[in-house]
Design a binder for this molecule. Structure first.
Ligand SMILES: [Zn+2]
Length: 269
């Protein structure tokens, strides 16, 4: 059972997650078109009306405005509340997983590290899906998130050689394979963004979990491709970016990837 303190902290973490989520929405909108995202004021993307503080409440503003701009009544994408809620939910799940029944113990640098990683996964997935690019700032931030996790392990005195070796091999395990595919296909089947993204993810997850995440990602991509073919009546051509599905795979495997790897291995040995 969750004690009161855990629920209390989880609630604060959820609210914090939705606030960061609204910042992620800004990144998703502005990173691909190269707008400065610190100095510029928030505005409606349709009528360019400057938004007030009461228009910028995560989740609630969108709900109370019925998904429409207060000024020009144009529709505001459902992406905004989805990203905010998703980021809040991720933060809470990470916290609950790390706390393991001890409310205070879950508040550490590992939590910060995974928060950075999961937020970047959301942004990466969305931008790659819409624009077929993975911004450098995203895989660099994922790597930084990994450094937070390593720092926490060092502080706790739990640092081992196996731990860091797993992460260093993780840097190359999937990314090296992707790099090879990219080379052989002359960049047609695999882009540099995917290689760098999976290097950073491998550093966070370690080599076992990142390999599992690649299979999960490929599986999710195939499911999507088949689904799209069934749903769309006219022949859909054009490439499907791999990044969003890799991001889903990394999400699923961040905490259980290594266990899945060991379980799979044990079936044959
Ligand atoms: Zn407007």
């Amino acid at each position: 059972m969750l004690d009161f303190l855990t629920i209390y902290i989880a609630t604060i973490i959820f609210i914090f997650g939705t606030v960061i989520g609204s910042f992620l929405n800004v990144l998703i909108y502005r990173l691909p078109i190269g707008l400065e995202f610190v100095k510029t004021n928030s505005m409606c993307t349709n009528c360019k009306h400057r938004l007030n503080w009461y228009d910028l409440f995560p989740l609630f503003s969108w709900i109370f405005l019925g998904g429409k701009c207060r000024y020009c009544k144009s529709k505001i994408s459902a992406r905004y509340p989805i990203v905010e809620a998703l980021n809040g939910a991720f933060y809470v799940l990470i916290y609950l997983f790390l706390s393991g029944g001890n409310a205070i113990e879950g508040l550490n640098l590992t939590l910060v590290g995974y928060m950075i990683v999961f937020s970047c996964l959301i942004v990466t997935a969305w931008i790659d899906f819409e624009h077929q690019i993975i911004p450098d700032s995203m895989w660099i931030s994922i790597f930084v998130g990994g450094l937070f996790i390593v720092a926490d392990v060092v502080i706790k005195g739990e640092f081992t050689k196996e731990f860091i070796i797993s992460k260093i091999i993780g840097l190359f395990a999937v990314s090296g394979f992707f790099f090879l595919i990219g080379m052989l296909s002359k960049g047609a089947w695999m882009g540099g963004g995917d290689v760098k993204f999976m290097a950073a993810a491998g550093f966070v997850l370690g080599w076992k979990a990142v390999i599992v995440s690649m299979f999960f990602g490929a599986f999710a991509g195939v499911i999507f491709a088949i689904g799209r073919k069934i749903v769309s009546k006219k022949e859909m051509r054009g490439i499907i970016p791999f990044g969003p599905f890799l991001a889903i795979g990394v999400c699923l495997c961040a905490f259980v990837g290594e266990a899945i790897f060991n379980w799979y291995l044990n079936m044959f040995i």
